[in-house]
Design a protein around this ligand. Structure first.
Ligand code: ADP
Ligand code: VHF
Length: 391
């Protein structure tokens, strides 16, 4: 890529208002030209995150750069090639310096969160990761997520932080996924190969035709290229989250984001986050078991605004675990709602009819006041309404 292409700036467009965002920053921006970590581009991105924080917005950072930082530390002794164990060792070496770089640029505490794709497929760990990230955001801390490369395995595509960022966006219920790249937009073809490629401002839907535009990474340090960015946008869209792609090398593009303007490509969504979540709650298979609730809970749940608290639970049948999708029924057996249980069947049994404040005393620990949080719940009315958006 030439300097000319790097300094391209896609036309400005308004970014929809957001309150919580996931920002993904790739190795290319942190370890420019294959060297060690540099604050060169990270400074403006850190400023964007801080300005957002001061404006009452929350940002979760998904940062690459550990492997590149580890490699730079070992210099000539660094193992070359794509050997998995060598990359894992380099990531372990470079992770702390990468976190230290962000901490040196952000005037508030920075927390390291290491996740694997496997963790996020396991509903129990998914809930734990979500609770931790929510808590960090409430504490005003900047969570810096990276893949836990030491334990990640190659079938899970070690080194794909674009896709990880999309999963994290769904995990924290972000309003938007921001991908800072070394290129200012998605082009009709890889601009390194096709001089006639033109930038695209807005993508309505990630069709096969759009996916075919993307090539791999153009650099030695980046891993995914545009392909994984489009996969990430597609994953985020399935969760109802739009994606904004922009150049993290362009100060104008980065500072425009603070003003709510995007110079880059916007990937729109067909469903809102709420519709996407309710859609999932409707279609995902439920665990074998039910939670039977009393008339007060039936009324509260029907309002669509309440969580299921232990006080409204009468009985529990079957076997389910924390993180499973369960059906909630009333005495007659009629289904009232479906939702993700924060507690396993045995725990819910012990908590039935109790006040939320007693959870700790009864179990000796607590995953929160709700048996099913309202964000994880679809009422029968929601489920019927989703019938319409299916069509
Ligand atoms: N259609 C396309 N539009 C834009 N960039 C593309 C396209 N196809 C391939 N690319 C390449 O993808 C690169 C960005 O991905 P990558 O190198 O993995 O960066 P990062 O480190 O930010 O993840 C661009 O610099 C470009 O060379
Ligand atoms: N987890 C790896 C990065 C993996 C990755 O997706 O890199 P990149 O394509 O630069 O975003 C690391 O920290 O080096």
């Amino acid at each position: 890529m030439t300097e000319g292409q790097r300094s391209h700036l896609a036309p400005a467009q308004a970014l929809p208002l957001w309150r919580r965002a996931v920002l993904k920053v790739g190795s290319n921006l942190l370890a420019a030209d294959g060297g060690g970590l540099t604050p060169r581009y990270a400074t403006a991105l850190a400023h964007f995150m801080q300005a957002s924080h001061e404006a009452g917005r929350q940002v979760v950072l998904v940062s690459s750069g550990a492997v590149a930082a580890g490699r730079a530390q070992l210099r000539a002794h660094a193992p070359g090639g794509g050997d998995l164990a060598a990359r894992q060792a380099l990531a372990a070496l470079g992770q702390a310096p990468m976190i230290a770089l962000w901490q040196s640029l952000v005037p508030r505490p920075v927390a390291q969160v290491l996740l694997t794709h496997d963790d996020l497929r396991n509903r129990r760990r998914y809930l734990n990761a979500r609770a931790t990230l929510r808590e960090l955001l409430l504490l005003g801390v900047l969570p810096v997520v990276n893949e836990n490369d030491t334990v990640a395995v190659d079938e899970l595509k070690l080194g794909d932080n674009d896709n990880l960022a999309a999963i994290v966006a769904a995990l924290v219920d972000a309003d938007v996924l921001l991908i800072a790249s070394d290129i200012d937009a998605l082009y009709t073809a890889d601009p390194r190969r096709d001089p006639n490629a033109v930038p695209i401002g807005r993508v309505e839907s990630l069709t096969a035709e759009v996916l075919a535009m993307a090539g791999g990474s153009g650099s030695a340090v980046g891993t995914g290229g545009m392909r994984t960015k489009l996969e990430a946008a597609s994953k985020a869209a399935a969760a109802g989250i739009p994606t904004a792609l922009f150049s993290g090398r362009n100060d104008v593009a980065v500072s425009a984001l603070v003003q709510g303007e995007l110079h880059g490509t916007f990937f729109a969504v067909a469903r809102t986050r709420m519709q996407a979540r309710k859609y999932w709650l409707r279609h995902a298979p439920a665990a074998p078991g039910h939670i039977e609730v009393d008339a007060g809970a039936v009324r509260a749940l029907a309002s669509g605004k309440a969580s299921l608290l232990p006080g409204g639970v009468l009985t529990v049948s079957g076997e389910f675990h924390r993180g499973d999708l369960v059906e909630i029924i009333e005495g007659s057996g009629r289904p009232v709602a479906r939702g993700i249980s924060q507690y396993g069947a045995g725990e819910v049994k012990r908590l039935a009819g109790r006040h939320s404040r007693d959870i700790d005393a009864v179990l000796g620990y607590s995953y929160g006041a709700e048996i099913v949080h309202r964000d994880d719940l679809a009422t029968m009315a929601d489920i019927e309404a989703i019938g319409d958006i299916d069509a």
